[in-house]
Design a protein around this ligand. Sequence first.
Ligand code: FES
Ligand code: FES
Length: 156
Amino acid sequence: MRVNVVVNGEKRQADNVWEGESLLYVLRERLGLAGSKNACEQGECGSCTVYLDGVPVCSCLVAAGQAEGREVRTVEGLADGDRLDPIQESFVECGAVQCGFCTPGLLVTAHDLVARTTDPSDAEIREALAGNLCRCTGYEKILDAVRLAASRKENA
Ligand code: FES
Ligand code: FES
């Protein structure tokens, strides 16, 4: 089947999509957007998180056909041209990236949290990120990065 989606503001089309194919597969293998990562393909790790109509979802759990006609924003769509989004800058500044495999999903989830919450508490940050697993960082620097991005937004 053919699937039409708007990805990062651009109309895209994928052909010969199999009924059981995931949105993650379409993004990575058919549309060349390899930012979203495939770590578990079971909805457990969050590394494949993208916005679907403005709501973060695990794209490995979304059938490609479910995305027909909808808007997807991936980690590639967070930056404004060459300018990183503030959440991306904060991850870099705080050293919140090690192997980086979890990072794209964490960035999308954290971007959503910072967009909809003013001054999130540590408990709120931890809860928001609970579906995003990281094997490297121990999470502290990720929490620092989210706190930094949230404080910058508040003081902007
Ligand atoms: S690859 Fe989708 S949740 Fe792990
Ligand atoms: S930085 Fe390696 S899994 Fe998070």
